[in-house]
Design a protein around this ligand. Structure first.
Ligand SMILES: NC(=O)C1=CN([C@@H]2O[C@H](COP(=O)(O)OP(=O)(O)OC[C@H]3O[C@@H](n4cnc5c(N)ncnc54)[C@H](OP(=O)(O)O)[C@@H]3O)[C@@H](O)[C@H]2O)C=CC1
Ligand SMILES: CC(=O)N[C@@H](CCC(=O)OP(=O)(O)O)C(=O)O
Length: 366
């Protein structure tokens, strides 16, 4: 039995050399957990990186001291987290670099990583938007604007369910935003098949757990504000709006997205209100969603009237989609749920790695 197991691991291991920058953050911790357990990466421990400067919370220390939940034993060697240097990445022959960093830092480091021959999966919003009017919300500055524009043009929005073949060949994958993922996956099949009356507008009312804001506490994510509370924010201006417009092919007056902060650690639930364009029934809608996601193992379409809940997707890489059609046959409510740190961040990043490497899309994620 043991022999059969080790043979299976040996034949599956790829030898691919990966690295994670930002491993001390929430998304970085999930990436470390997923990559260490990934069947294709057995035998090649990823390089885990903290900040360049010595003051980092993650400067040269053990991964298990940083994230005790990842420890696989009570003693012995643990993967190291070392300060970020390009030389180290190069010396270790890094082929795929994950960046789980603030947007500005990603925008600065991605051009160099690509120039050094690495493929990059960036979890930030720095490279997701192609229309400069949408991207302006980030107020990013490029040392070499022309080079950044070329890189932006080549960046692929990392939603495997929509862009699988482009991701497979991409050097730079811009992992989607967490709210955006939940809303895009619910709407794309119905918009692409013309089932929604876009002139009547779509409302996406989304709610997220507090980990979506990252580990640094702010007045609005502090326990005393977030616990026992529910609050709206980012009305008319949240930076994920651009992702919705670009990925769904909508005009800005065709969708209203409002995020809310939920008093839970993780998970997103988006309730989406739309009008049907024709006489589609619940059967037609379910058939359209199922057919669109027939080859997408990380999307689970619920039967009509079976609405997803955060509890059922937390700690998984699934996006669950459910819906109900109004008694008038014209109004549609979709509910889309995911874990913001997994399908909304690190899980989707590993799903993209699988696609880039030609592996089974759900490997290491089930
Ligand atoms: N949280 C979520 O649900 C989602 C997050 N994202 C995106 O993923 C990225 C990471 O998010 P998240 O993990 O939540 O953020 P955190 O705030 O939890 O972690 C940020 C990480 O970046 C590191 N960092 C900060 N500044 C620098 C710098 N100048 N140089 C190097 N490292 C730096 C931090 O290191 P240190 O410990 O030293 O401070 C930490 O490791 C962000 O771009 C975020 O927008 C995307 C989708 C969902
Ligand atoms: C609850 C919460 O604060 N969520 C974050 C979105 C998290 C996410 O998807 O991150 P990026 O798009 O920044 O990568 C927010 O609204 O800013």
């Amino acid at each position: 039995m043991e022999q059969a197991e080790s043979k299976k691991t040996a034949t599956q291991a790829s030898g691919l050399r990966t690295a994670v920058a930002g491993v001390s953050g929430y998304a970085g911790a999930e990436l470390a957990r997923l990559l260490l357990a990934h069947p294709r990466l057995q035998g090649t421990v990823p390089t885990f990186l903290g900040r360049m400067d010595a003051n980092s919370a993650a400067g040269a220390q053990s991964l298990y001291d940083l994230h005790p939940q990842l420890a696989r034993h009570s003693g012995g060697p643990a993967p190291e987290v070392t300060p970020f240097t390009w030389e180290q990445l190069q010396d270790r022959g890094t082929e795929v670099l994950f960046l789980a960093l603030p947007h500005e830092q990603s925008r600065e480091w991605v051009p160099e990583a690509i120039a050094r021959g690495m493929r990059v999966i960036d979890l930030s919003g720095a490279w997701r938007l192609h229309d400069p009017a949408n991207a302006a919300v980030y107020k990013l500055h490029d040392a070499d604007p022309a080079a950044a524009a070329r890189l932006q043009a080549a960046a692929v929005y990392g939603c495997p369910e929509l862009h699988r073949s482009a991701i497979a060949g991409a050097s730079l994958v811009a992992n989607p935003g967490c709210y955006a993922t939940s809303i895009i996956l619910a709407l794309a099949p119905l918009i692409q098949t013309g089932m929604l009356d876009l002139d009547r507008g779509i409302i996406a009312d989304a709610k997220s757990g507090v980990s979506g804001a990252g580990k640094a506490p702010t007045p609005k994510t502090h326990f005393m504000y977030a616990a026992d509370n529910l609050s709206a924010y980012g009305v008319f201006g949240h930076r994920h709006t651009g992702e919705l417009l670009e990925q769904l092919g909508l005009q800005s007056d065709q969708i209203q997205f409002t995020p809310h902060l939920l008093p839970i650690p993780r998970g997103i639930l988006s309730t989406i209100y739309a009008r049907l364009a024709g006489n589609a029934t619940a059967v037609d809608i379910e058939r359209t969603l199922r057919s669109f996601y027939a080859d997408s193992p990380m999307v689970r379409v619920r039967r009509a009237g079976e609405l997803p809940q955060i509890l059922h997707v937390a700690h998984t890489n699934f996006c669950d989609i459910g819906f109900e059609v109004g008694p008038d046959g014209k109004r549609l409510v979709l509910v889309s749920c995911l874990d913001n740190l997994l399908k909304g961040a690190a899980g989707q990043a590993v799903q993209n790695l699988n696609v880039m490497c030609g592996w089974n899309e759900s490997e290491g994620l089930l």
